[in-house]
Ligand binder design. Structure first.
Ligand code: FAD
Length: 377
């Protein structure tokens, strides 16, 4: 029987971030993932400024493309386009980002074991589990095993999570007019219930995707084909088409029980408006590591709520408004100061739309009133 301080289940951004912070803090960490690395994960690969700010290490080596332009449309028609002096977000591929982060965790001293599924998890008191073929006993377990993980279920937590679903595919640059897409993120609102469509540029290809409520699952392929056609792409040329769940937690949903702490998608931390989760994965990984290093796991949920809930509340509000009134949202984006406020939110310079400059306040307040009219999401 192997004895360690912390078993981290899953080596996505959340698990590797937690392992890096724990190893740097002197803990004996086992970072186990069932997949062989490098492995891919359905994801737009967008790293917002706030994600980069909270990354547990330098990730510039795996950034493929910088986005400084943004086109926002409603119903594939009316559009708002903006370009900024600095980058709005960076683009990577998850097979590269996740391998990079896991390597940094191993460098920091974590025992990284790919191709090692965790099973038979007993989370009562000290943690026991099977990792690949070995039996392991740990003082703590971090559930970083994503949207379909086992840790939350084994610990009897993970309730209060609503799921969305997204489907994405890639096309080589030869399929698109590169000048309109390089350096620019296209967002298509009002085309999928509970979400949006996107075209994101990458190094040698572009990523097209659609996401929405879980119930939209059977219709997602149709939505993706329509998105492709609207951008002049033959849907038959889309490669690597894959879908994945987007777990979004209701505020106050449990994220820890005893010595089990959930991070990233396992805790349902995907942003309800954007569908992004890498920033939340980095933040929750660090907070879980800090609570464990202090030997005070009971502080984790409050720290998580303090870091993320205000923004998540604003995102739920904006999601309601965007779903019911996409054209009004477009109007608000055109109003002076609003686009800058969105950019500041993505960079992490603004914690909440309410903190935006005075100029942006009237349209943002109008959106908030619309969200109330729209009712619960
Ligand atoms: C189509 C799509 C597009 C997206 N685009 C973006 C984007 O552009 N930007 C952004 O910020 N976010 C995006 N997201 C969200 C983002 O991908 C997730 O929030 C992020 O991957 C969460 O990281 P994680 O580490 O919590 O989980 P994951 O990245 O899902 O990692 C979980 C890991 O756990 C492992 N695992 C599972 N079970 C076990 C087990 N029993 N034993 C061992 N290992 C196990 C898995 O193999 C996996 O490696 C997108 C999501 C989707 C679906």
């Amino acid at each position: 029987m192997e004895r360690i301080d912390v078993l981290v289940v899953g080596a996505g951004p959340a698990g590797s971030a937690a392992a890096i912070h724990l190893a740097r803090g002197g803990a004996r960490v086992l970072l186990a993932d069932k997949a062989r690395f490098p492995r891919d994960k359905p994801c737009g690969g967008g790293l917002t400024g706030r994600a980069l700010r909270h990354a547990p290490c330098d990730v510039s080596a795996v950034v493929e493309h910088t986005v400084d332009g943004f086109v926002f449309r409603a119903g594939y028609r009316t559009r708002v386009a903006r370009r900024s002096a600095g980058p709005r977000s960076e683009r990577t591929q998850r097979r590269r980002l996740d391998a990079h982060l896991a390597e940094r965790a191993a460098e920091a001293g974590a025992d990284f074991r790919p191709a090692s599924a965790v099973s038979e998890l007993d989370a009562n008191g000290r943690v026991g589990a099977r990792v690949g073929g070995d039996r392991v006993r740990a003082s703590y377990v971090i559930g970083a095993d994503g949207a379909n993980g086992i840790v939350a279920r084994a610990a009897g937590i993970g309730e209060g999570i609503v799921c969305g679903v997204a489907l994405e595919g890639n096309v080589p640059w030869s399929e698109l007019d590169r000048a309109s897409y390089a350096g620019t993120a296209w967002v298509e609102a009002g085309v999928v219930p509970g979400g949006y469509g996107w075209v994101f540029p990458k190094g040698d290809h572009a990523n097209l995707g659609v996401g929405g409520w879980l119930a939209e699952g059977p219709r997602l392929r149709g939505h993706l084909d329509r998105l492709a056609r609207e951008h002049g792409v033959d849907p038959a040329t889309l490669g690597d088409v894959r879908g994945h769940r987007l777990p979004m937690r209701r505020l106050g949903a449990p994220a820890a029980h005893g010595r089990v702490l959930l991070v990233g998608d396992a805790a349902g931390l995907v942003d309800p408006l954007s569908g992004d989760g890498i920033y939340e994965a980095f933040v929750s990984g660090r907070l879980a590591a800090e609570a464990i290093l202090d030997d005070r796991p009971e502080t984790y949920e409050a720290a998580l709520a303090a870091a993320l809930d205000r923004h998540a509340h604003a995102s739920w509000t904006a999601k309601r408004a965007l779903e019911r009134f996409p054209r009004a949202c477009l109007w608000a984006l055109r109003a002076p100061g609003v686009f800058d406020a969105v950019a500041e939110l993505l960079r992490g310079d603004l914690a909440h739309p309410r903190d935006a400059r005075r100029l942006a306040q009237p349209p943002l307040r109008a959106l908030s009133r619309l969200a109330r009219l729209a009712g619960p999401a």
